[in-house]
Design a protein around this ligand. Structure first.
Ligand SMILES: Nc1nc2c(ncn2[C@@H]2O[C@H](COP(=O)(O)OP(=O)(O)O)[C@@H](O)[C@H]2O)c(=O)[nH]1
Ligand SMILES: [Mg+2]
Length: 257
């Protein structure tokens, strides 16, 4: 019988009480001057309503607009926060990796800067964090609530990508690419310290590593309101994601040899 090569270290004590949780919210942002302001305000409003200690980390990935300065000025309202700025664009995966590795929360939430999945959806996630080290939002389950859908073309390309993911890397997820994912601290550190994928396919490698490390993963339906604005370029981003997927398959083969 094959044994996974990776061994997860002891996972942390779990808790079901939001009060006791320290949460880190990591937001990758590339040229988000339009969307980062409203998103941060919504997140701060949400956090103000709870008694948790939460930090917000924006990773500005070489934006050429006012993303970083806007984020910094709004976050003066939330002392436990940071904006990490890269000089040059390195990709969503690279940005998320740095954000996660700097996060101090017991739970770490990844969310997109457009809050296509509203921050309130976190309510569905944290109760599961007792039993699962990784909880991922999904747009492809029967109960997923797609209020504004992506264009037909984008949605079909996403479905095709997920088909390839199932075929080439991970057979058991319906939607690896939703930008709303919760990790327990220890799992996040173990996974993201190993992550090599710097672009949009990083989620696939992160989930592969989570599996290989023996973590339990839950895929749950979420609300999704598509934001028409997008950093994803139909052709070039798709080609890059396909190349990344092929590299991730090679990583998978090495891990199971
Ligand atoms: N760090 C980083 N984040 C990015 C990059 N491209 C997109 N993002 C972020 O990834 C998230 C999702 O991007 P978005 O354009 O909404 O993608 P879509 O919803 O799939 O069309 C947003 O928070 C973006 O700012 C990038 O090159 N670097
Ligand atoms: Mg989006």
């Amino acid at each position: 019988m094959r044994r996974p090569q990776l061994q997860a270290r002891e996972t942390q004590r779990t808790t079901n009480s939001f009060q006791a949780i320290t949460l880190s919210i990591v937001i990758p942002a590339y040229n988000e001057e339009q969307r980062i302001g409203p998103a941060l305000r919504q997140i701060i409003d949400y956090l103000k309503g709870r008694k948790s200690t939460a930090e917000i980390i924006v990773v500005d990935d070489g934006s050429t607009d006012r993303t970083a300065s806007l984020a910094r000025s709004i976050l003066t309202d939330w002392p436990l926060s940071r904006v990490i700025s890269f000089e040059k664009n390195q990709g969503k995966g690279a940005a998320v990796k740095i954000g996660v590795l700097q996060a101090r929360g017991e739970l770490i939430l990844l969310t997109d800067a457009d809050l296509s999945t509203p921050i309130e959806e976190l309510e569905k996630f944290w109760p599961l964090a007792g039993d699962y080290e990784v909880v991922i939002g999904s747009r492809a389950l029967p109960a997923s609530d797609l209020r504004i859908r992506q264009s037909r073309l984008r949605e079909n390309m996403g479905k095709f990508f997920n088909l390839l993911v199932r075929w080439l890397v991970l057979p058991d997820f319906k939607d690896t690419q939703c930008g709303f994912k919760l990790f327990k601290r220890q799992a996040a550190q173990e996974i993201f310290s190993r992550l090599k994928t710097t672009g949009f396919a990083f989620d696939v490698e992160a989930l592969l590593l989570a599996r290989k490390l023996g973590y339990k993963i839950a895929e749950i339906p979420v609300v999704w309101t598509n934001s028409a604005d997008s950093r994803v370029k139909l052709i070039s981003s798709s080609v890059k994601m396909l190349l990344e997927l092929i590299r991730i398959r090679k990583i998978r083969n090495k891990l199971t040899d």
